[in-house]
Ligand binder design. Structure first.
Ligand SMILES: [Zn+2]
Length: 648
């Protein structure tokens, strides 16, 4: 662990232009530096580095952040490892934080387990490539399956010899302790005997993201029907199988580069894809797909293509996978394989270019996939069709992003030939069954009908309040502690200063306004926590935040000028320095935001009332109508305050 003081020194020392220049040729452009983005292919440079702000920003692909983020992204390193990289560059000695005896013991234990695993991997590899048994049994099997030697080396495949305890004895002879052989599961020990867990198996080491071996999968070489074909290491302090993806270490660079990840089932599927030149592929091996695994992928991309075996079990697994991936806000596609094929056999049956062409031609949107699949054998049966619609709408309803949801509803409506209103109604019906909390969130979400404010050249956002929320955050970042006016206190003549931060947070809090974007809420919460801390420097804090999503977001806010200019045009005046008009700017900003929220709520209520009327359900309407009238009053009040300006 690196102690906070050292982290601060590293961040202070890191000169962004200096760091970026190690990888990108930069040219000076006014106050900034400009170069070709290392994260995406571009002909004209749009990668900008600001020496003064200590940040980089690509206006092509949107990547941005401080020096630490740059190294993390480019070298695909974790936060601490990126800090270590920078420390080395600037000759800063890292004082790793003093650990408690328990922490140290646990760390030492984990480290010892990784060291044993690494020894085992090397031992197994040597057996496979150099020893007689390994070559005749293991290597010939792999070659028979058409696996090339470069792939065998890349994935550090190996072989564990037959017999009771060849490996364990060798490990002990080399000084590795039984305790860790047992804890990693490489050796099975009972009172009076020990044996190798993987004896007689071809070994697939499982690496963590950083590339260290943490576990193994072993494939049996005999045809014994009573023994599992694959055996995996047991769960341990270093191996939690629900959090690990096979191949992630070998795939991460390409996943980030192509902004996409293929998801297959088994070890050999991963190998075959690599062999065909597709390296952005991982397997959920040894377990069905978990949320943790999806989140691991999300660190590198938000596009997943599920490649499933062309049999019923495979289809079932991928259907289940789809909903889980959707729920994490990731775009999902499916690559169906012909019946009877698995990714391994399929990839091996064709050339690399044929495989690439097949993928391009057959990758299917999940809606289409699910529909086609379920439509089989339904014909014109209305009951079955209703069930199908329900199935598909259920998948759509878990998508957190409203715009994506809208797009899918349209698609679904087209394919199934069902009106969009019916699908929306169905979604609401599904959601109504969930808890009251969910229903409340749905209220907010029915902002669906508000068209998104998509800005040219930026990814379409799901948040209709994005512009306003970004502006509020930007103002908080820049002027958090600035006093905008004073209010009278309890004592005679006492004046209490009100800062931008106090005013904004109090107003948002008072109305219980929350964003549909969790990142915005997270930042607001941090502002809230530090409201009274005069030493809190939001720019420094957020730019250097350990969560790359937050620091990238803050960078974005500070880097972009478009929000600012848009505002000025909107208010119809040109002002040199916004810092001088904060006392009018901030209240106006808040009121605009409130008003827009209000309008969305009103629209939502109108819609609800309309639906209830159509269904002749008059009882709940009265309540809603009362709410509606009250909100209308507030709307009028706010509009007047804003000088009757029309805001949409
Ligand atoms: Zn870029």
């Amino acid at each position: 662990m690196i102690d906070p003081a050292t982290i601060e020194r590293i961040i202070e020392a890191a000169n962004i232009v200096d760091v970026v220049s190690e990888f990108v040729t930069l040219k000076r452009r006014g106050v900034n530096h400009l170069g070709h983005c290392p994260f995406h292919n571009e002909k004209t440079p749009s990668f900008t580095v600001s020496q003064a702000k200590g940040i980089f920003k690509c206006f092509g692909c949107g990547k941005g952040g401080n020096a630490v983020n740059f190294i993390m992204e480019l070298e695909q390193l974790s936060y601490p490892d990126a800090l270590r990289w920078l420390a080395k560059k600037y000759h800063i000695e890292i004082a790793e934080k003093e650990e408690s005896p328990e922490e140290k013991l646990l760390k030492d234990e984990r480290e010892s387990m990784m060291i044993v695993s690494s020894f085992a991997q090397k031992y197994f590899s040597r057996q496979l490539l150099e020893e007689n048994e390994g070559r005749t049994v293991g290597l010939s099997y792999l070659r028979e399956r058409g696996i090339r030697d470069d792939i065998i080396r890349k994935f550090e495949l190996g072989y564990c010899p037959e017999g009771k305890d060849h490996f364990t004895r060798e490990a002990q002879k080399q000084g590795y302790r039984m305790e860790f052989l047992e804890k990693t599961g490489l050796t099975i020990k009972r009172d009076d005997w020990v044996r190798d867990r993987f004896a007689g198996r071809v070994m697939f080491p499982i690496h963590n993201v950083a590339g260290r071996v943490i576990a193994f999968g072993g494939r049996i070489m005999t045809n014994d029907k009573n023994t599992a074909k694959y055996l995996n290491s047991p769960e341990s302090d270093i191996y939690h199988k629900s959090k690990v993806l096979y191949g992630i270490f070998q795939a991460k660079r390409d996943i980030a580069k192509y902004d996409k990840c293929y998801l297959v089932e088994g070890y050999t599927d991963v190998l075959s894809f690599h062999q065909s030149g597709i390296e952005n592929v991982v397997a959920s091996s040894g377990t069905s797909l978990t949320v943790e695994q999806i989140r691991l992928i999300r660190r590198f991309t938000s596009n997943i293509t599920i490649v499933y075996d062309g049999d019923d079990a495979g289809i079932k697994a991928s259907l289940r996978g789809i909903d889980m991936v959707l729920e994490e806000g990731i775009n999902v596609k499916v690559l169906p394989l012909p019946r009877g094929e698995d990714p391994d056999s399929f990839a091996r049956s064709m050339s690399a270019s044929e495989l690439a062409a097949y993928i391009r031609g057959n990758e299917t949107d999940f809606i289409k996939f699910k529909t086609q699949l379920l439509l089989e054998g339904i014909g014109n049966d209305p009951v079955l069709k209703a069930r199908l619609i329900n199935e598909i709408v259920r998948s759509i309803s878990v998508i957190p992003d409203t715009i994506t949801r809208t797009v899918y509803i349209k698609e679904c409506s087209r394919i199934l030939d069902v009106g969009e209103e019916i699908l929306y109604a169905e979604i609401r019906r599904i959601k109504q069954r969930t808890s009251e909390e969910d229903v409340k969130r749905e209220m907010q979400q029915v902002r669906l009908k508000t068209p998104a404010t998509a800005t040219l050249g930026k990814p379409v956002s799901s948040n209709p309040f994005e512009l306003e929320e970004r502006e509020i955050l930007r103002i908080l970042l820049k002027y958090f502690h600035v006093v905008i006016f004073q209010v009278e206190g309890d004592l005679p003549g006492e004046l209490i200063p009100v800062t931008v931060g106090m005013m904004v947070l109090q107003e948002l809090d008072g109305d219980g306004l929350r964003s549909s974007d969790p990142l915005v809420n997270q930042m607001i919460d941090i502002f809230e926590e530090n409201l009274d801390d005069r030493s809190f420097d939001p720019v420094k804090y957020f730019i250097n935040h350990t969560d790359p999503a937050i620091s990238a977001f803050a960078t974005d806010l500070l880097a972009e000028k478009y929000v600012e200019s848009k505002r000025w045009r909107k208010s119809g005046a040109f002002i040199e320095d916004e810092g001088e008009i904060l006392d009018t700017l901030v209240p106006r900003l808040i009121q605009e935001y409130k008003l827009k929220n209000l309008k969305a709520m009103l629209k939502d209520l109108e819609q609800k009332i309309h639906e209830l009327t159509q269904r002749n359900e008059f009882e709940p309407i009265f309540d809603l109508q009362n709410q509606y009238i009250n909100l209308k009053k507030v709307e009028k009040f706010l509009s007047e305050k804003l000088g009757n300006r029309i805001i949409n």
